[in-house]
Design a binder for this molecule. Structure first.
Ligand SMILES: Cc1ncc(COP(=O)(O)O)c(C=O)c1O
Length: 414
């Protein structure tokens, strides 16, 4: 069924509010999405009826909470076509998922002289962990550039990929340019030299069908809060055999099956818990996981093909209307089929922060700044950042019209 945005909007209570006297137009979905009542109710229902700690008690509430939390893993596994829940580790967000790979896999597996290949299109969360790692180990982080159209430079990628590359870590959809990277091709090329691939799916999993089987990626990181779910919950997917070979990064309760004190060696002997619990130390974000499960249900009921189709329609419309302005510079691929629901731009003669502040006075929420991707802005020669609009299933072409009218008003006063 084609998306009916007006019907969808009824599920999102926040969209009824006014900001600065105007109906809210929320165009900051790449930063975080709004939440439907189905997600809010799932969390309230859990608190009101089933709340207890998980995996710790034989009592009814603990059993119910454990089942709901485990079922959320299973929903996420189906959503990204993983083999099962054992490949789904709940973490706080994309950032934590990437750090988990850095400290549990890369720190232990990489040898001096090994290389990590990444791109200049990355969010800081896929740059800083690797630079930190290179301070702990003699490894090299190499960056692949982008073309002037905002597309990954694939010839440069192939040139820099070598037998020394042990990990390729790449964003699926750029949160600045919207560029959709050919992750399947990247995985194939990386695997040919024996490297593993980590995909930053923060901007892809919420907006398009993502199958880890089709991509054949080794790791996939994403955040619940960008896909209608609560904040504080995110996912690391990894192939089972890789997770099995990895040691945990955080130690504590829940991630062990046995800890025994050996009186002869005077040391504790530890057996890890089964997957994925081996990587979920301590009391997890139970309600967050359950909320994420409800978000996955909500998106699945629409269908991710349809989510993608509708967003492409919105982006196509927005790009066309934005090009009516004379003083605008739009970044990233011009073909809407090559980009996700993100458009970064600048108006000549006005800072992106001023554009965002003026928009806010009319109830229009857009983002301004470097969007946690300063190296990308440097590579594109942009100083002072960009303004960014980003769409989701509840946005409409009428909202885009209001945004364009405001942009035109701003252009007229520059
Ligand atoms: C492409 C990309 N990667 C990673 C992140 C980090 O996500 P989080 O802050 O949820 O860890 C973001 C957030 O904006 C992003 O857009």
């Amino acid at each position: 069924m084609p998306i009916d945005p007006l019907k969808i909007r009824e599920d999102f209570p926040i969209l009824k509010r006014k900001v600065n006297g105007h109906p809210l137009i929320y165009l900051d979905n790449a930063a975080s999405s709004q939440k439907p009542k189905q997600v809010i109710e799932a969390i309230t229902m859990f608190y009101e009826n089933h709340y207890a700690n998980i995996h710790r008690g034989v009592h009814t509430l603990s059993q119910e909470a454990s089942e709901a939390y485990e079922e959320a893993h299973a929903k996420v596994a189906r959503f990204i076509s993983a083999n099962g829940s054992e490949e789904i580790v709940f973490v706080r967000n994309t950032t934590e998922a990437i750090n988990l790979v850095a400290y549990s896999w890369a720190l232990r597996q990489l040898k001096p002289g090994d290389e990590i290949l990444t791109t200049l299109m990355e969010h800081h969360s896929n740059i800083v962990p690797w630079e930190l790692l290179s301070q702990l180990k003699d490894i090299h982080v190499k960056y692949v550039g982008i073309t002037k159209d905002g597309v990954l430079d694939y010839p440069e990628f192939e040139e820099k990929l070598s037998q020394r590359t042990k990990l390729v870590t790449v964003v699926h959809v750029s949160n600045v340019l919207g560029t959709i990277n050919d992750v399947r091709r990247i995985c194939r090329l990386a695997h040919e030299v024996g490297a593993l691939v980590l995909v930053d799916g923060a901007q892809s999993v919420p907006h398009m069908p993502v199958s880890v089987k089709e991509l054949d990626c080794d790791f996939l990181a994403f955040s619940g809060h960008k896909m209608l779910g609560p904040s504080g919950i995110g996912v690391l997917y990894a192939k089972k055999e890789i997770l099995e070979s990895m040691s945990p990064f955080l130690g504590g309760g829940g991630m062990i099956s046995k800890v025994r004190f050996d009186t002869s060696t005077k040391k504790c002997k530890i057996d890890w818990n089964v997957l994925p619990w081996k990587f979920e130390a301590g009391t997890p974000n139970i309600e967050g996981g359950i909320g994420l499960g409800a978000a996955v249900d909500y998106l699945s009921s629409i269908g991710m093909e349809e989510v993608r189709r509708y967003e492409e329609e919105l982006v196509s419309y927005a790009l066309k209307r934005m090009s009516e302005l004379e003083k605008i510079k739009i970044y990233g691929p011009s073909d809407p089929r090559m980009r996700g629901g993100v458009i970064s731009f600048n108006l000549e003669g006005m800072s992106p922060h001023d554009v965002a502040m003026i928009m806010d006075q009319s109830g229009i929420a857009i983002r301004s700044g470097y969007h946690c991707a300063e190296p990308l802005h440097d590579a594109m020669g942009i100083h002072g950042g960009t303004a960014r609009v980003s769409f989701y299933i509840y946005n409409t072409t009428s909202e885009i019209d209001i945004f364009i009218n405001k942009l035109k008003e701003i252009e007229a006063i520059i």
